[in-house]
Design a protein around this ligand. Structure first.
Ligand SMILES: NC(=O)c1ccc[n+]([C@@H]2O[C@H](COP(=O)([O-])OP(=O)(O)OC[C@H]3O[C@@H](n4cnc5c(N)ncnc54)[C@H](OP(=O)(O)O)[C@@H]3O)[C@@H](O)[C@H]2O)c1
Length: 297
């Protein structure tokens, strides 16, 4: 049988060792990194990988897109998809900085917590995202909005940059995202006071919400954090919290390791699906969310 080969491209100087390990552990025979790749180079790379193998072995060739920019990764995925020609179609998977699988896991665990412990779903819920311009925050916002939540992007330096980001999300996915100014402690407290779900996806080692801001959350149902580097994003939220009471007003906490566990299984699962599939797959945060939901149950 032909070897299972994964071509891994990134616009950055290095391919993530995390993703290389995940791919090989999931069953690929070889994982080959291509670094400093531009959007314009994707078509040529895909077709070069595709035409070297018989159509019978096409699906044993995979193309993975990394990096640190959600929109660029989606553009690369689109370019790769458009470069495919029957009957040579190969499988494609975008997960820049692990963000699509992390965001999928975050929303899936929050959804499970909401359903099981609050009898609620995501649809109509007021969701505020801190760290929304990052890759994880962006993908979490899009998944949440596509599930019918009322999503707000919170800017740590005012609303200007998050508003531009929300416009780009609207252009690409047709969903409306509100914006809020989270540049001071008082403004963050006011945002939490009107929020049902607070998602913290800020830079590693940044404390986003302190105990007093959590205490101001009179409507707060769930607060989740993906930052595992001290200080954690939410004061008082344990890394392992998985629907654990937080702040004494009925809110529940979901910590970075509870999310990380589902994220890990989701990324590994998508690599396994891609390596074993008899038909070509195209995977981004939407397919990641479907799989993450099955692990969060
Ligand atoms: N648990 C897991 O499985 C897992 C997996 C992957 C990543 N992570 C974690 O997820 C988090 C987000 O990752 P990422 O790759 O999306 O990070 P990122 O691209 O660096 O984005 C971080 C976000 O934090 C914002 N930020 C920077 N300084 C801030 C501050 N002082 N206050 C509030 N927000 C601030 C950034 O805003 P600017 O626009 O100003 O840059 C950006 O929106 C990180 O903590 C990372 O370690 C967790």
């Amino acid at each position: 049988m032909a070897k299972n080969i994964l071509h891994m491209v990134t616009p950055l100087a290095h391919m993530s060792p995390f993703d290389v390990n995940m791919a090989l552990d999931a069953g690929y025979d070889a994982a080959v990194p291509y670094t400093n790749v531009s959007l314009g180079e994707v078509t040529g790379l895909v077709q070069d990988a595709m035409f070297s193998r018989s159509p019978r072995d096409a699906t044993r060739t995979g193309f993975f897109i990394a990096g640190k920019d959600a929109f660029l990764a989606l553009d690369m995925l689109d370019a790769a998809s458009k470069a495919l020609l029957k009957p040579f179609e190969i499988s494609l998977f975008a997960d820049p900085a692990g963000s699509f699988t992390t965001a999928a896991a975050m929303i899936a665990v929050v959804e499970k917590t909401l359903k099981e412990m609050k009898g609620r779903g995501l649809a109509g819920a007021a969701v505020s995202i801190f760290g929304a311009t990052g890759v994880v925050g962006t993908a979490a916002g899009v998944i949440g909005a596509l599930e019918g939540a009322n999503v707000t992007f919170v800017g740590h330096d005012g609303t200007q940059r998050v508003a531009r980001h929300a416009e780009e999300v609207k252009r690409r996915f047709g969903v409306d995202i509100a914006v809020a100014d989270g540049s001071t402690a008082e403004k963050k407290a006011a945002i939490v006071a009107s929020t049902e779900i607070a998602l913290c996806a800020a830079k590693a080692g940044v404390r986003v919400l302190d105990a007093s801001q959590i205490a101001s959350g009179e409507r707060l149902l769930v607060a989740a954090d993906v930052n595992a580097v001290p200080p954690l994003g939410v004061e008082g939220l344990d890394l392992h919290a998985n629907g654990t009471p937080l702040g004494g007003r009925g809110a529940l906490g979901v910590g970075a390791l509870a999310i990380g566990n589902v994220k890990y299984r989701t990324e590994a699962g998508l690599f396994r699906e891609m390596a074993a599939s008899a038909s070509p797959l195209k995977l981004d945060f939407r397919q990641a969310f479907v799989l993450a939901r099955s692990f969060a149950l």
